[in-house]
Design a protein around this ligand. Structure first.
Ligand code: NAD
Length: 245
């Protein structure tokens, strides 16, 4: 059975990592997917895949988000995946880094929800999935001050939308991964020197001795997007290989 048959889905940051894996998983389950990313080059690998339409979208651009919503018409699923990891403690963080991270990790979702929720309400339902992290209000993570603060805000936004629209058929849930093997994780390891110590900084957080895969996170996103999760809203879905236990 195709679990997302007939559903139109928008995915942000679908160029690589979890967003790309989720765009593919949504399409495999029969959805029509608008796979978007600020970097069109990264979308090239998805071009021509069955069920997937690629579209450049910078989630820092409010007008572009509104224009996309007009183009797609009402959709059933919005997966807000865009986010950026700032590295550092509170005394390492600058105002500019704070503003950039909040705009990319939180304000982007505020804007996409404002753009796509009205269509869901017209349709009588929908599912919004927001990418948070175990590094959030779930867990204090070393050197993730700005990042964890933004991802905690994503949980607050998720619960707010869930409570205000639950009676109108729109669900809103958050996903909180642990460390997931993605291109940007490799960049973070490289920026800490790339050696064994850099890898250990991330691996020591994962008691299973491995990182999660983008496909494992995509499987959870499929569930939350689908009607199987019809009774699930406002939830904080930790998928972290036991990091936060
Ligand atoms: P990634 O960081 O490897 O890729 C991010 C993608 O976002 C890129 O394709 C990039 O082009 C795109 N992007 C950057 N700025 C954008 C913008 N302004 N508008 C639209 N797209 C933009 O992907 P990932 O590691 O899978 O992370 C995806 C999400 O998952 C992020 O929100 C991240 O915080 C979250 N997350 C990741 C991990 C992990 O360990 N990888 C863990 C927990 C949460």
């Amino acid at each position: 059975v195709m679990r997302l048959k007939g559903k139109a889905c928008v995915v942000t940051a679908a160029g690589q990592g979890i967003g790309a894996a989720t765009a593919r998983a949504f399409a495999r389950e029969g959805a029509t997917v608008w796979a978007t990313d600020v970097d069109e080059g990264k979308l090239a690998a998805l071009k021509g895949a069955e069920g997937i339409r690629t579209h450049k979208l910078d989630v820092l651009d409010k007008a572009a988000i509104a224009a996309l919503a007009k183009q797609t018409g009402a959709v059933d699923v919005l997966f807000n995946c865009a986010g950026f990891v700032h590295h550092g403690a509170v005394l390492d963080a600058t105002d500019d880094q704070w503003a950039f991270a909040f705009n990319l990790n939180v304000r982007s979702m505020f804007w996409t929800i404002q753009a796509f929720l009205p269509g869901m309400l017209e349709k009588g339902g929908g599912s919004i999935v927001n990418m948070s992290s175990a590094a959030s209000s779930v867990k204090g993570a070393a050197l993730r001050c700005i990042y964890g603060t933004t991802k905690a805000a994503v949980i607050g936004l998720t619960k707010s939308v869930a409570v205000d629209y639950v009676a109108k058929g729109v669900r809103c849930n958050a996903i909180c991964p642990g460390t997931v093997q993605t291109p940007s994780l490799d960049e973070r390891i490289a920026s800490l020197g790339g050696g064994q110590d850099a890898r250990k900084f991330f691996m020591q957080r994962q008691p299973t001795g491995r990182f999660g895969s983008a496909e494992e996170i995509a499987a959870l996103a499929v569930y939350l997007a689908s009607d199987e999760a019809a009774f699930t809203t406002g939830t904080v879905n930790v998928i972290d290989g036991g990091w936060s236990v």
